[in-house]
Design a protein around this ligand. Structure first.
Ligand SMILES: CC(C)(COP(=O)(O)OP(=O)(O)OC[C@H]1O[C@@H](n2cnc3c(N)ncnc32)[C@H](O)[C@@H]1OP(=O)(O)O)[C@@H](O)C(=O)NCCC(=O)NCCS
Length: 252
């Protein structure tokens, strides 16, 4: 693993200080004067914690605008490496405590992941862990199963690389599955519980993949077939649309 230099730590702490200042100003200016009744102490503490996370997310989004993440191999000393490592510090110091907490309700987790930059379509939820929300694109009606992990950074010794994960619509990612950087998953595909999908794997529409490393378990059914098979009970409603839209163009 590459060393994180003092300059990057300093940059992170400067952004974090900005978030803290903003949270403190809101706490003193907006929360403190409120008539909070008998549980004033509790409300002020809870409000302070909430403001801290909200302001850190706000400042993080500002950071991503000013210092955008770059995908591809990140050379040592490059701007891309700077952005990626400061980005990582936000997670190591603050956001991982939220994402890994396990007590945040799934619908709220969807909001948090989107606030951190994940693209998530309608009716898409994650019971797992999106380690790099800004580089994660999930279509509509996607389930990321319990404890599945999606990460978009490759750290292998000194090698450091970022790549997006792009998942289409109507995809199920099984419990405890792992998706590595650069994986793309077509509409209607399914990834088994416990699968490890290696870097850059392309899973076609409707395919079922599983195992370690993941391999096709079942080829795509004809379009008229798999949609019915996905439905666990007979359903008289029309089958979900098999969106012909190109994934990357849609969500990038
Ligand atoms: C992959 C999966 C969809 C297959 O289910 P299925 O269509 O009923 O198929 P079967 O159970 O008959 O298995 C088909 C083949 O896949 C293999 N297989 C099934 N689950 C597997 C897994 N997790 N890893 C590796 N291989 C697996 C079976 O051994 C079988 O192989 P074979 O044809 O050589 O005998 C299912 O096992 C699965 O993992 N679903 C994920 C559910 C999930 O985690 N949802 C989210 C919950 S939070």
């Amino acid at each position: 693993m590459r060393k994180i230099s003092a300059a990057k730590l300093l940059s992170y702490f400067a952004w974090q200080a900005l978030a803290l200042l903003l949270a403190a100003a809101l706490w003193v200016g907006a929360l403190w004067p409120l008539p909070l009744g008998e549980f004033r102490g509790v409300a002020l503490t809870a409000g302070g914690i909430l403001l801290f996370y909200l302001c850190t997310i706000l400042v993080y989004r500002l950071f991503l605008r000013v210092v955008p993440l770059r995908t591809g191999v990140l050379e040592e000393g490059s701007k891309g490496e700077f952005a990626a490592q400061v980005n990582a510090l936000f997670y190591l110091f603050v956001f991982n405590s939220l994402l890994r907490s396990g007590f945040i309700p799934i619908p709220l987790m969807r909001l948090i992941c989107r606030a951190l930059g994940a693209r998530m379509g309608a009716n898409t939820y994650s019971g797992g862990l999106l380690l790099d929300p800004p580089l994660t694109v999930l279509g509509d009606h996607v389930l990321v199963g319990s404890h599945a992990t999606l990460f978009c950074h490759t750290v292998e010794g000194a090698r450091y690389e970022l790549d997006r994960i792009v998942v289409g619509s109507h995809v199920t990612i099984g419990a405890n599955a792992i998706l590595m950087p650069g994986v793309t998953v077509g509409d209607g595909a399914m990834i088994s519980a416990g699968a490890v999908v290696p870097k850059g794997t392309r899973i076609g529409p409707g395919e079922v993949w599983g195992g370690v490393p993941a391999r096709p378990l079942r080829a795509a059914k004809p379009k008229s077939g798999w949609a019915e098979e996905m439905a666990p009970v007979p359903d008289t409603r029309p089958a979900p649309s098999l969106s012909p839209r190109p994934l990357a163009a849609d969500y990038s």
